[in-house]
Design a protein around this ligand. Sequence first.
Ligand code: F6R
Length: 614
Amino acid sequence: MCGIVGYIGNRDVVDVLLKGLTNLEYRGYDSSGIALNDEGNIKIFKALGKLGNLKGLLKEQEKNIIDPVAGIGHIRWATHGSPTEDNAHPHTCNCGKLVLVHNGIIENFKDLREELIKKGCIFKSQTDTETIAHLVAQEYDAVKDLKKAVTKAVKRLNGAYAICVMYKDEPDKIVVARKNAPLLIGIGQNEHFIASDIPAVIEYTSQVVYLDDMEVGVVKKDEFHVYDVEGNEVNKKIEKLPFEPVALSKRGYKHFMLKEIHEQPDVIRNVLNGKLYDIDEKIILNEVKIDKETLKNLQRIEIIACGTSLHAAMVGKYLIEDFCGIAVDVEASSEYIYRKTVTNEHTLVIGVSQSGETADTITAIKQAKKKGAHVLIITNRPDSAMAREADSLIPINAGIEVSVAATKSFTAQLMSFYMLAMFLAEIKGSVPKDILKELKHDIIQLPTLIDEILTHKEPIQRCARLFANTKDFIYIARGINLATAYEGALKLKEISYINATGYPAGELKHGPIAMLDESMPVLSILMEGKVYEKILSNSEEAKARNARLIALTSSQDKTLDDLFEVVLRIPKVNELLSPVLASVPLQLLAYYIAEFLGKDVDQPRNLAKSVTVE
Ligand code: F6R
């Protein structure tokens, strides 16, 4: 959702801004724009739709861009006001000397806007962002100093913001500020970069400084300084980026999603690295900063997350309850934050998030912290806002995930839950050693088994072609794979826009069965284990209503080929580990259907990679 870039230095400013925005494209957006401080003039260029439109406009306008010294850019995912050129950033003030880009939402913008209109400000957009531009400009008129003006203005803002501001008469600097929205300064030789996320700067530098809430930065070509809102300089730590530039290449795959699906064996190895050395040794999870006695007596865990991360959390609940007998509640963050939860200092609250920036989950964990709970964060972004709130932090080390549809991060989250559940079980002594030993042995095989699935994709491709024109889909499962069904259905609807729903197989006859006929395929996740026979019976019930059946199974039973129109077989594995394997063909099925339908696989419509608004 929305992305910010800024640059001050000797490179081609337009080029740096456009490359930065291109590398943030995956976050989802519907308009874009840049502003340049060019030979003493502020020049703004905006376009609706994809970045190609902005690039085209800048090509046309090439002769009007002389020698910019600094610039700021933005991709916007509409929240306040529809996607239009007027609503696209950068925004400016009455005199046009100030330009500003913004990520986040200003909650008190209506009051501020009214106040500013009374003072003579003329608004050209419906955005909350334009309010900040006018507000800073008003302050500037009084203090004639951009840093002071920004500092005064941000004190009046409620909500979330990461802003980047330029002023015509102060061309040597870009002023930045943040609260509840990420912003970093990339450090180069006689040049500085600004970005809301790493991919925008990764090509140029590996050294960054992360701004904290209520800080204001003054970024110049050869220096930068960060201050608190009282004007005191803050000593910032320079950090090394956790990713390499190669993370942003498709490495020969048609889409990032396909590349990321193929990275899963390595992602699993990364998660295991340092945690599971040998089947005879205990799981090492030094990231959990709770003493053993407390963990032994833990009675209650709450896991909060959204979307795909919520599905990983459901598997986590199953594992922790099964291995440790600790009661676990799983809840969507957006629900958790609007009710009276029974959370206290005896609760362990686990927040799960690929991005670490999901607004609902951040709010939820802040609420849990206020109630005294220990907050453990499982995230792919140890540099994120959520990670900063953590009492314990488990990074999942999946590498940058560019495709909006989460795949490898889901697998890494699952693996992190296996590690956590076994770690807790070993502390509590709640699972016999030989069972854990066997499980560890099987876990170590998972990367090879996924490789096997990835080298035999043809049956999945054929299935995708066969069902690509279906309007609806039902995925059924039971037990630990119920979350797999939810996740498989979510993947399909996200990237192909087919109406797909996951159901507990036993629930089929309590309502959904009414929808079944030859136009409604039912995909059964049939892993050998406790609930295999039950799901088979539920599939028979669907067949009796003329539904077309697909099986995703670990079974070699040939009679399945009589019942099901398509049987997708995966290697046999311990039922408890089967979500890791079963998710892969479902990701591929969604991928091939979307690709077959010609959809924008990596950037599906209406979706954003990081959902930074509640
Ligand atoms: C699904 C997907 C979303 C995210 C959800 C939570 O493919 O990407 O459903 O899982 O928006 O995001 P994070 O995990 O970043 O908190």
